[in-house]
Write a protein that binds this ligand. Structure first.
Ligand code: PHE
Length: 451
């Protein structure tokens, strides 16, 4: 991709950035971390973080990305020459690398499940049998590695074609289709016996269930689902023309993302309660519950298959963005190097992901700090590195780009009022860093000395 190349249409950018945002985070991860983190109270904290930290930061990443028109690392060099601030970009590239290494494992599970449905493996099972079946599928080393390899292969193929041809086109069709199918599933789930218990679990907060750790998870989740703190959105915005309305784009993406996460919750929790499963089942939750929800529908397995295909696309569009920023940073957007670099990076990611892939099978007992490789990678990326990247960004943007420059950039393509600009500016400058630091300190336990 050359500097002059841009997203084809304004809505195309929104879908591509929403495509990066919507993925395993909203669909697979949100229900299970909400399930483990206490349901309604977790949802509320997650929503607050999304609106007051996530949205301002998303706008911030868009603003500096479009301003610098560069890759994740050079953006910071351009905006703050002769400084060490490009460490934010380097950290983002490193984090995306680690992230994709276990993200592709879950992507692989979806592919395996698509094959399993085709092969008739889910036919005639009872509700209680779906969970154990899934456990069996993801414990087989050869098959899970193959699934992960296939997922990486598709990612590499699309991204080596370049941003516009690959990412934009696919996102524009798949994302709206996913939204429609989700609405169908939610209707089905809500009609199950005992569905109301699940709705209550998700929507009615019980604050006694909140812990320092679940608040950290909610923070991590807010950044994770919006692809924040790793300069992915900076890189995507670097392909934007000055006519794009940044606040509108950011708000649309946040809203679509919240809607999808809520729909995922509403699709899953009624089923969990109706079938007598546990909401804190962890990463297997969606795979254990949804087949049972679908199984009693006419053409259930066909709908489940359609869901899996769209789910796979959502995961892929996120994976594209992760590898895209690594490739863009290494090639400095020189198109002649794109193919080779994408392949090399993709293969390395696959190799680094192998221990995570085996974490549900032969390496289930290998733990560090009491966590399997998969959990350790996930925890480090989602709850430490992403909030850390977000913290650095929130410090960098107001410090290194003047208020008037930020105002000009934000107003190019939009005509937001100065008062709204100020709200954004101060939220980013003061609220975001303070909130992230408090959550970190709380988890470390420092705050407990004072209270
Ligand atoms: N937002 C993506 C999801 O929810 C994950 C992601 C994080 C993608 C960071 C890119 C960068 O699945």
């Amino acid at each position: 991709m050359t500097q002059q190349e841009h997203w084809k249409t304004k809505i195309g950018f929104i879908w591509a950035a929403a495509g990066s945002a919507i993925g395993l985070g909203a669909i697979w991860k949100f229900p299970y971390v909400a399930g483990t983190g206490g349901g309604g109270a977790f949802l509320l904290v997650f929503l607050l973080f999304t609106l007051f930290l996530g949205l301002p930061l998303l706008v911030g990443e868009f603003v500096i990305g479009r301003k610098a028109q560069s890759d994740a690392v050079s953006t910071y060099t351009k905006l703050a020459p002769n400084s060490k601030w490009n460490v934010i970009g380097k950290l983002g590239v490193f984090t995306s690398f680690l992230l994709l290494s276990f993200y592709s494992v879950v992507g692989g599970w979806i592919i395996l499940y698509i094959i399993e449905v085709f092969a008739g493996g889910l036919n005639g099972l009872s509700q209680a049998e779906y969970g154990p079946l899934f456990g069996q599928v993801i414990s087989k080393p050869f098959w899970t590695l193959l699934g992960q390899l296939l997922f990486m292969f598709i990612t590499i193929l699309v991204v080596s074609q370049g941003v516009q041809k690959g990412i934009e086109k696919a996102s524009k069709i798949m994302m709206p289709a996913l939204l429609v199918l989700f609405i169908v599933i939610v209707f089905r789930s809500l009609s199950l016996d005992g569905a109301l218990e699940g709705v209550k679990f998700l929507l009615i907060p019980d604050f006694s269930k909140l812990t320092s750790e679940s608040i950290l998870f909610a923070l991590g989740q807010a950044f994770f689902t919006l692809s924040l703190g790793v300069s992915v959105m900076v890189t995507y915005a670097s392909y934007l023309p000055k006519t794009q309305n940044i606040p509108f784009s950011a708000l649309s993406i946040v809203i679509i993302n919240i809607v999808i996460a809520l729909l995922a919750g509403l699709a899953i929790f009624p089923g969990v309660f109706s079938f007598g499963l546990e909401p804190d089942a962890g990463p297997v939750l969606i795979f254990a519950v949804l087949p049972a929800v679908f199984s009693q529908l006419p053409l259930g397995m066909f709908f489940f298959l359609a869901f899996l295909v769209l789910f796979l696309f959502a995961a892929l569009t996120s994976a594209f963005s992760m590898i895209e920023i690594i490739v863009a940073a290494f090639t400095k957007k020189d198109n002649s190097k794109r193919k080779k670099t994408t392949w090399l990076v993709g293969i390395l990611i696959f190799i680094v992901g192998i221990p995570s892939c085996l974490s549900y099978g032969v390496m289930a007992d290998v733990t560090i700090f009491d966590k399997t490789f998969f959990d350790l990678f996930d925890f480090t990326v989602s709850n430490i590195l992403m909030p850390l990247g977000a913290l650095l960004l929130a410090i960098f943007i107001p410090l290194k780009v003047s208020k008037s420059e930020l105002m000009d950039e934000l107003r190019a393509g939009s005509n937001i009022r100065a008062s709204i600009f100020n709200v954004w500016y101060y939220l980013l400058k003061y609220f975001t860093p303070v909130a992230i630091i408090i959550v970190f300190l709380d988890v470390i336990g420092v705050l407990k000395w004072f209270f």
